[in-house]
Design a protein around this ligand. Structure first.
Ligand SMILES: [Zn+2]
Length: 235
């Protein structure tokens, strides 16, 4: 095979490898971002429940201290009841005491409901928070593995880019430009074999004369249809 053609074939192999590595390298930030997103959603959900728990706890304490004050007041009223001689005043205070007792028992019910809710959220968090911590641990491991692989791919890319540079130096400048142009237009494949009288890039039949020239592997011959450079790999 003609030397330039041979070099182009090697170059294409290296370029396809570089392309593959580049695709992998582009994947990493996307995968890491996906994992991070999942983790931060779980974290936010836990934090939201934790916040609700703190608020409920604060509200419960406030209600309990109000209730204690009200109960204290009730005791004072009940003590005063014994000192009242006037029947109308006595009845009025009695009604007030009854109303206050109703209010207090309502408040007790509310406190009980809050206690139940607090209990439920605490149980929920007992499950969710360790789940989150496990996920975070898994994320850290996966993340560091991905970063290691990323560094490995980067290293590999550097090495292959060097090899490409060396190969490219020996290729005729115009030919290299044409090769690069076709490569970009044809998804990385600028060089294709010709087989059964057809270009294996676009599968168009080649004029017999062109095919015969390709079989010699002596010249750089482009497919008249897709412009790819053709070579012969048969015997
Ligand atoms: Zn073609």
């Amino acid at each position: 095979m003609q030397e330039q053609l041979e070099l182009l074939k090697k170059l294409q192999e290296v370029d396809l490898g570089i392309k593959e590595i580049n695709q992998k390298i582009e994947e990493y930030p996307r995968r890491i971002a996906e994992l991070e997103e999942n983790l931060s959603q779980k974290k936010a959900a836990c934090e939201q429940r934790r916040k609700t728990l703190v608020e409920l706890e604060m509200d419960r304490r406030k209600k309990e201290s109000n209730l204690r004050l009200e109960e204290e007041r009730l005791k004072q009223w009940e003590a005063r009841l014994k000192e009242i001689k006037n029947n109308r005043d006595y009845q009025a205070l009695l009604r007030e005491i009854a109303a206050a007792k109703r209010d207090n028992s309502l408040m007790e019910e509310e406190i009980l409901k809050e206690l139940e809710e607090i209990d439920a959220i605490e149980k929920e968090l007992e499950q969710r928070e360790p789940e989150y911590r496990n996920l975070e641990e898994e994320f850290n491991i996966t993340n560091s593995k991905l970063k290691d692989r990323f560094a490995q791919e980067e290293k590999e890319l550097g090495e292959r880019t060097q090899i490409r540079g060396k190969l490219a130096r020996d290729i005729d400048t115009d030919l290299l430009k044409r090769y690069d142009l076709i490569r970009r237009q044809r998804a990385g494949f600028a060089l294709v074999p010709a087989r059964d009288s057809a270009c294996q890039g676009c599968h168009m039949d080649l004029p017999p004369q062109v095919f015969n020239e390709v079989r010699k592997n002596k010249e750089i011959i482009h497919c008249p249809n897709c412009q790819r450079i053709m070579y012969w790999e048969g015997s």
